[in-house]
Every structure is written in C-alpha cells, then in structure tokens.
Design a protein around this ligand. Structure first.
Ligand code: HEM
Length: 514
C-alpha cells in the first residue's frame, strides 16, 4: 500500500512540475515576443492552454491535417505543446513555398534528434543549405546517382528482382501466402546494400540484414524522438529514453559500416574491386586534396545512412501500396485502358521478363506507379524552414518557421484532382501531364527535392511490372485490401499485405530464362 501512495505522489509531483515548466515556458514566450499589430498570422483552430491543438489531432497526422485544412485553409498554423508549425495543403501555396520562395525555404528545421546524432549535421537530409550541402548535391547528380552510375548497377537490380520472383514462384507452387511487404523490403534492402557497399544478405554474410535492422531501428526511434519537439525545453531530459536508444542504434550502425569501410579501403588499394560502389566513390572523393569540401568518414557514413533509410523504408512501403492497389482494384477497364494495357503487354511479350529499359514504352505501367505514389506517398509530409520572414498566401510568416508541406493533402485535393481518393491510373494522359507540377509531390520539389527519385522509379517500374506480368494475385482472407495508413508521418500501410500468387503459364519459363 505504502508503495502505491509513494508512486502516486511521485507521479503527482512529476506531472505538476512538468505542467509548471510548460506553463512558464509558454507564458515567457508570449511575453517576450514583440507584439506587432500589423502582423497577419495564418489562420489557426482554437487552441487549449499548454497542449495547443493536440486535442484536435489523431495519430494519422497527414489525414488529420487534411481535415483541418478543409476548415482553416491551405496555410494554417498548428501548435502542439511547445512546437508550432505552418501546414501547407494545396498546390498553389506549395508552389509559393517550393518554387517562388525556393531559396528562402532551402533549409529544414532542426530535428530534436540532433543532440543524439553522432554525425551531427553531416546528414545530407538535415545539412544546412551552404557549401557542404551544395557539394553533396553536386556529387549526387554527377556521380553517385547519375544515370551512368545507375546503369552500372542495372544487372544487380535485375538479379535481385529475379530472386524475388523465384521466392514468389515457390509460394505459388506450395500454395502459400506471400508476405508482400516483408519480401519487398528484403529485395529493396539487398539492392541498396549492394549498390552502396557491395554487400547483400546471403548464406555467407548477414551484414545486409544487420544494416536493415539498424536503419529500421534508427528510422523508428528518430521518428518518435522528432515528436519530442512538443516538449519544448523539456526535450533535453530525454524523458522516454528515445535519445539514448537512437545513439545506441547509430553506434551499432557506425561500427558495422566502419568495418566495411576498412575492407573497402584495403580492397581499393589492393585493386581487388571490379566496379566502384557508392562507398568507393565517396572514399575516392575524400582523398581528393583539390575537392571544394574535404569529406571525412562521418560525412560518408551519414550520407550512406540517408540513402539506405530513404530507399529501404520509402521504396518498399511504396511498392507494397502500389501492388496492393493494383491487386485490389475493382476495375472494369474502359476500352482505352484495355488498349493501353495490351500495348504495354505487346512491348514486353510473353517470353522475357520486363526490363528497366522497357519503362519509357510502357505508359500504363508508368501511370500505375505514378498513381500509387499520389495516393500513398511514402513521405507524406515534407519539412522545410524559411531563412527570412516572408509573405505566403498573403499571410505574414516569421523567419525560421517550421513548415510542413502536406503532400498527402495536396495530392488528394478535390480542387486539383477528379475523384481524388480513387485509384485511376488512366488520369495521366500526355496532354494533362504538364498541369500536375505542384499538384504532384511524392519526391518534393525545388532545390531540396529527392535526388534518388530516378533510382526509386527505376526499381518500382520493374518490381510492379514483373509481379503483375508473371503472377495473378489473390488477397488472403477476402477480396478487399485494407489500405489504411499507419500512425504519425510514415505513410506505411497499417496492415500487412498477404496474398496467394498464382503463376501465369509463362512465369517459370521467364524465371529460368533470365
Ligand atoms: C520511393 C522512394 C523515395 C521517396 C518517395 C522519396 C521521397 C523524398 C522526399 C519527399 C524528400 C524531401 C524533398 C523535399 O524537401 O522537397 C526526399 C529527400 C531526400 N531523399 Fe528521397 N525518396 C525516395 C528514395 C530515395 C532514394 C533511393 C535516395 C538515395 C539513394 C533518397 C535520398 C534522399 C535525400 C539524400 C534527400 C534529402 C535531399 C536534400 O535535403 O537536399 N531518396 N526524398
């Protein structure tokens, strides 16, 4: 009994202390802020003391911001605890931020993960807009993710696709359910680990598996820690221990990548490696005395981490959603769609597997991929911050305002899209393509747009194309796929997608011929 009373009183003291600090913090913030009557702030829902708009939000933030925007407009101010953000929800305002004010919005807000980041702001994603960021962007475009470098690894991607198809084929033969998400994750992981540091998950080595586990841990705990912004000055205390967990996961990643890097260095100097992977290229650049920016080991590890996390987590999530939609689509193809599909089929034929180079000639497949990204963007919320005060949508915006472009809402805006919640690949006719500029933001836009989009699309076209080319799919446990998205900002599907594949007559022939 005594223990219960003690626990209660500690809890009471802790909560009172916490509330008092938050109250004093928000009071001081209000008092110290110079009042400017001419400052026209963006609209905001009625807020409660301390928690702000927390009571209006649900766990699926992009959806919830979308609903609030329909009442408060395409630029609104949302406060959660000590954190205030501006939320952009339509193409017109997104264009103002990402095009007209692109330079002003060339930074991202500081993440609370920063205090526990062993690489500090070396990460390309978080790097401040300046000489270092520009240097990384240049090497991304000219070397690491250039078309030439991507072509050099085309055979690796092909090998991994075929291995994936073999796994599906085995499930089909045994009449077993196939976990689409897990298998796509594993395939994506192997592709990216081989392209970045020539390692894959195989009987001989489990480095690639460890990398997946570490990046998975890092992404999940970093997402939880980012929400710590709402605690204001209290975030320093790392109340839930996420900071400590992040540091531990990063240290494990660091040790593994350091070992792989040492192996690369000795192979490079011994001349053993036949083709350069991303790590080789970055090591070479780090030895260049004339380079504008001298890269160190931490810069390289941080860069690889962003690429791994970007690809493994966003790529597989998207592929999964897209497959799900194509499978679940209850469609009666219109004549034009049937023609497009037939034309697509004619390009590839039935005696060979679809290739990356086929994609430009497969408009229907491209449209399926595009539509999947619109409805289920793997990064539904894009984070930016303005350097200087400015006007957006005729409202005043203070310098260093955290700004969220809700790509989920922009790409489902009924003013921009007919039947916005429907999966309709045939909406992308050639003539309509131009008008989608800022209505369509799966990879962001402007100078901080995703540099990996070409690689991501190359993989998606082949994965979706070959899974549909070789197999018919039946969803486990019923006809309809549950497309509900997961909590917070992830954009991932909440429920695993398990299906029974049936090989089309030519599937095993195709696999054995590759
Ligand atoms: C389906 C796959 C992917 C999606 C949907 C995606 C989406 C995005 C989005 C929305 C952003 C923010 C853009 C902005 O602020 O305007 C971004 C940034 C970034 N992405 Fe991707 N991405 C994907 C795959 C990749 C891949 C494969 C790589 C690298 C190999 C990559 C590397 C990066 C980097 C380095 C940034 C930060 C760029 C900067 O801050 O300048 N992403 N991505």
């Amino acid at each position: 009994m005594a223990v219960t009373i003690d626990t209660h009183s500690y809890f009471f003291l802790f909560s009172t202390g916490l509330l008092s600090i938050l109250l004093v913090h928000s009071f001081l913030r209000r008092c110290l802020k110079p009042s400017n009557k001419d400052f026209k702030s963006p609209p905001s829902p009625p807020a409660l003391p301390i928690i702000g708009h927390l009571h209006l939000l649900s766990i699926i933030l992009p959806k919830c911001f979308q609903a609030l925007a329909s009442r408060y407009g395409p630029l609104m101010k949302i406060t959660i605890g000590a954190s205030t953000s501006l939320v952009v929800s339509n193409a017109k305002v997104a264009r103002e931020v990402l095009k007209i004010q692109d330079l002003n919005y060339s930074n991202r807000p500081r993440f609370p993960t920063g205090d526990y980041q062993i690489y500090k702001r070396s990460s390309f994603f978080e790097a401040e807009y300046g000489a270092y960021w520009r240097f990384l962007k240049k090497i991304c475009m000219t070397e690491l993710l250039s078309a030439q470098q991507l072509n050099r690894f085309a055979d690796i991607r092909k090998e991994e696709f075929v291995k994936l198809l073999e796994v599906v084929l085995r499930s089909a033969k045994k009449n077993e359910a196939f976990d689409v998400g897990a298998e796509l994750m594993s395939m994506t992981n192997n592709v990216v680990c081989r392209m970045t540091m020539s390692t894959r998950c195989s009987e001989g080595s489990d480095d690639s598996k460890k990398i997946r586990e570490f990046t998975d841990g890092i992404v999940k705990v970093a997402a939880k820690l980012s929400l710590g912004e709402v605690w204001g000055p209290l975030k320093k205390f790392d109340l839930f221990g996420f900071g400590k967990k992040l540091k531990a996961a990063l240290t494990e990643y660091d040790e593994l990548v350091e070992r792989i890097m040492v192996e690369h260095e000795s192979n490079r100097h011994g001349g053993e490696r036949k083709r350069k992977d991303m790590m080789d290229i970055l090591l070479e650049i780090s030895e260049d005395e004339k380079a504008e920016v001298k890269l160190n080991r931490n810069h390289i590890k941080a860069f690889l981490l962003v690429s791994l996390a970007g690809f493994i987590h966003r790529g597989h999530r998207y592929n999964c959603c897209c497959v799900a939609m194509d499978i679940s689509r209850d469609y009666q193809p219109a004549k034009s769609v049937q023609q497009a599909q037939r034309r697509d089929q004619r390009v590839v034929g039935s005696n060979r597997l679809i290739e990356e180079s086929d994609a430009p000639n497969l408009p229907y497949l491209q449209a399926v991929v595009k539509e999947g990204l619109r409805l289920h963007p793997p990064s539904p919320m894009i984070l930016r911050q303005n350097n200087e005060a400015c006007k957006i949508n005729s409202y005043d915006v203070a310098a260093k305002s955290r700004t969220i472009i809700n790509a989920y809402a922009v790409m489902r805006d009924p003013d921009s899209w007919e039947d916005p919640s429907e999966f309709v690949p045939e909406r992308y006719s050639t003539s309509a393509r131009e008008s989608h500029e800022f209505h369509y933001l799966p990879f962001g836009s402007g100078r901080r747009a995703c540099p990996g989009s070409a690689l991501a699309l190359a993989v998606m076209h082949v994965v979706i194309g070959s899974l549909v080319q070789c197999f018919d799919w039946k969803v486990k446990g019923g006809e309809k796929v549950n497309m509900e998205i997961g909590p917070a900002v992830s954009g991932a599907m909440l429920h695993p997608l398990e299906c029974y594949p049936t090989a089309q007559v030519n599937a095993s022939i195709i696999c054995s011929r590759v």
